[in-house]
Structures are given as structure tokens and as C-alpha cells.
Design a binder for this molecule. Structure first.
Ligand code: SAH
Length: 386
């Protein structure tokens, strides 16, 4: 490798690291931005303009903010961190048009996001952390542990980038990608408020779903925020004993505590909870499991979303037989439980969440995206700042 190129890469990396110490301007709400710019002697309307550029027009840099003076834009570029993503891969399903994205963050870390087209609008599934420390046995995202949490801006960037790439409005956002959102609570709340803000994309709170493995104190805190979002609980088992085999978090919080917390969430917000239940062949898919699930879901009027487990190569879990899945669903339906089987969107593209990132981490040329671009060798399918 050319030595000067290595140096150049080093500089790019250093700049990104330095930038990360600067104030992350896209994570500020309008009031915070107004105060920040006021401290620089700028009038409130400048903050409004800049906010619109960032969260309404989805600008990729200060440079695009053409109604702000050039010296001011340059000063901002010097002073603040402006997060941006680089699209490293995009896979599109031939079956249903679902698109899966691998994005590089400014420090070279990788996250995944998925874009799905439904009759009722476009939905984006975002990551909330780089990796995860929850250790669920069937999940690919957690195998290498947690690298770091995402800033509010970095969660927004995934939606902003996909909106620009597809040219279509996103109407639903689900926080079900890599990471445990409740393990990044403050940033998650900031993200939701920015995403649903009337001066930004103004996505309805009712169209935002946050999925958690069940961190009870954070679920209670979320209830008290009184947001109108949907909370999805990854239940996956109906007894503590079984749940502990699938999810280490079950050693911390019992199903009983979880159910009390779901009740509290419902009482505080009036929003029904969704139970996610990944069906694992021979583990949690018997008639008895179904009966117990009905007993848990019924008093809370929960919606149950059945997910045929997506086998990952690092573990030996298998999917339940199709007939078993159907029988399980029928049993719930007969008992008047509102139940759906998660449609397997994009079946022909990389399956379980976290697998694309893992696959790419294994490919040396992508470990350092900046380097891959500079070298221009072993180029991945796409390399685009978005
Ligand atoms: N940390 C959050 C978001 C995780 S991903 C949570 O635990 O809820 C969203 C859902 O997919 C969760 O219910 C998760 O348990 C489930 N999931 C993860 N890997 C899976 C796999 N290989 N097969 C089926 N479901 C999986």
C-alpha cells in the first residue's frame, strides 16, 4: 500500500475523531440550537433556517445551506460536528422491493437499516447502537458485544439518507435494527422528539415503534414521557425458566415484573403493547406455550407479532415448521388475540438483522471505509456519501 495514502487515511480518521469531540449540531432541538447560535451572536431566525435545512430539507452539509452566508457556514463547519452516513451496500429484494442498507458512520463503524414498502406507506427499520450487549441467544447483532451507542443525529441520518436515496417519504419508523434502544435511552427520546417535530419530518408518534428486550426501569420511564409511540416487548417465552435460556435479560427482570410494567405503560399512555414472539422449533412453539401466551396477552389486550426465527449460522436454533406456526397462530386467534405473523420481507436478501454488518466486518477492505474509497481497490458495490 502507498505510504502517503496511509497517512492521508490517518488524517481523515483523525479529523473524524476530532469532529466527534465537537458539538453534534443535528442532535439539538430547535430551542437548544437557538441558544447555541445566540451565543455566537446569531438571531433566532438563523437557527430556524438551519433547523429546516437539517431536519426538513435533509441537507448533507453546511455547504448546502445556501440562504446562510458563506462565512457563517464555514464558521459552523469549523465549530460543529455534522454527522453524515456513507452508503456501503444496498441490497434490493426482487420479491417485494425491500431494501437493506449498510451504512458507515463517520468513525468507520457500521450499522444496518431496512426500507420496506407497505400499502399504508413506507417503513424504515433503524439501528440504535453499534452492536448490542444484551446477548439474546438467537440474535446476530449481539455476538461481538456493544461497540457504542448512536447519537440522536445518527439515528435520524438513517431515515434522512433513505428518504434521499428512495426519493419517497417515510411514514413509519421502527427501532428494531441493531442495538437495544432502552440501553441508549436519553438519545432515543431525543431522536423521537426530533423525528416527530413539526419543523422536521413530522412523522406521527403513532407511527413510531420501539422494540425492547424488556429493561423494566426504562420502560417505566418511557411510560412517563407520555409519548404516543408503540412499545413492542420482545417476550419470546412465557416462563422465566424458558426465557432465561433465550435471553440473559430474563435473569434481571421476571415476566411478572414485565407484565406489571406493560400494564403501567398502557395506563399511562393508552397505547396497546405489542408482544414479539420469535418461534423457535421445539423450544417455544408448543400448544402449551400458545396457551400461556394467551394468558399473558389477553388481560393487556396485546397485539402479538409472531416471528419465525431467522436461523443464524453461529447458533443452532431452527425455525418452527410452517404448519406449527399456523397452528400456533390459529390457537391465539381462536382466543380472540390480535395476532400477525411477521411477513418475511426481503426473504431473498441477507436475513436476520445484524448479519450484513457481521459479514462486512469480516471483509478486510470494509473495516475502514475511508481506506476502501481512497484505495479504490476491492471496491464494494457502492460507496456513496448520502
Ligand atoms: N433490542 C431490541 C430490538 C431487537 S431486533 C429488542 O430486543 O426488542 C427486533 C426483534 O427481532 C426482537 O424481538 C428480537 O428479539 C428479534 N430477533 C432478533 N434476532 C432474531 C432472529 N434471528 N430471528 C427472529 N427474531 C429475531
Amino acid at each position: 500500500m502507498d505510504f502517503t495514502m496511509q497517512n492521508l487515511d490517518g488524517q481523515i480518521q483523525n479529523k473524524n475523531v476530532q469532529d466527534r469531540d465537537k458539538l453534534d449540531i443535528k442532535s439539538l432541538n430547535l430551542q437548544e440550537l437557538t441558544e447555541e447560535l445566540a451565543a455566537q451572536g446569531e438571531k433566532a431566525f438563523r437557527a430556524k433556517q438551519m433547523y429546516e435545512w437539517m431536519h426538513g430539507k435533509l441537507a448533507r452539509s453546511f455547504d448546502e445551506m445556501t440562504n446562510l452566508s458563506k462565512p457563517f457556514r464555514e464558521q459552523c463547519a469549523e465549530r460543529y460536528q455534522y454527522t453524515a452516513l456513507r452508503m456501503l451496500r444496498m441490497q434490493e429484494s426482487k420479491l417485494d422491493g425491500t431494501r437493506k442498507f449498510l451504512f458507515g458512520l463517520s468513525d468507520g463503524n457500521l450499522v444496518e437499516s431496512v426500507w420496506m414498502r407497505y400499502k399504508h406507506g413506507n417503513s424504515v427499520c433503524i439501528s440504535s447502537q453499534v452492536g448490542c450487549r444484551m446477548g439474546c441467544r438467537f440474535c446476530a447483532s449481539t455476538i461481538d458485544g456493544l461497540e457504542r451507542s448512536l447519537a440522536p443525529s445518527e439515528m435520524l441520518d438513517q431515515i434522512y439518507a433513505i428518504t434521499r436515496i428512495t426519493g419517497e417519504r417515510v411514514s413509519n419508523v421502527v427501532v428494531m435494527g441493531i442495538g437495544e434502544p432502552m440501553d441508549n435511552y436519553e438519545n432515543l427520546i431525543k431522536f423521537i422528539r426530533l423525528l416527530t417535530d413539526e419543523n422536521g419530518l413530522h412523522i406521527s408518534q403513532r407511527n413510531v415503534t420501539v422494540s425492547t428486550c424488556g429493561i423494566v426501569p426504562r420502560m417505566r420511564q418511557l411510560a412517563e414521557e407520555k409519548l404516543q409511540i408503540t412499545l413492542a416487548l420482545s417476550l419470546h417465552a412465557t416462563t422465566d425458566e424458558k426465557r432465561k435460556r433465550l435471553m440473559p435479560i430474563a435473569n434481571r427482570y421476571s415476566i411478572r415484573e414485565l407484565m406489571e410494567t406493560c400494564r403501567y405503560y398502557f395506563d399511562c399512555t393508552g397505547r396497546r403493547i405489542t408482544f414479539e414472539y420469535s418461534l423457535v422449533g421445539g423450544v417455544n412453539d408448543t400448544d402449551e406455550d400458545a396457551r400461556e401466551l394467551i394468558a399473558l396477552a389477553e388481560p393487556l389486550c396485546c397485539h402479538v407479532n409472531l416471528i419465525p426465527v431467522n436461523p443464524i449460522k453461529e447458533r443452532d436454533f431452527v425455525q418452527s415448521e410452517a404448519a406449527r406456526i399456523q397452528a400456533f397462530k390459529n390457537k391465539l386467534e381462536r382466543n380472540k388475540i390480535n395476532v400477525t405473523i411477521r411477513r418475511e420481507m426481503g426473504r431473498d436478501i441477507d436475513g436476520a438483522c445484524g448479519q450484513l454488518r457481521r459479514k462486512n466486518l469480516a471483509e478486510a477492505s470494509l473495516e475502514d471505509p475511508a481506506q476502501a474509497v481512497t484505495e479504490g481497490s476491492a471496491a464494494p458495490p457502492v460507496q456513496e456519501d448520502v
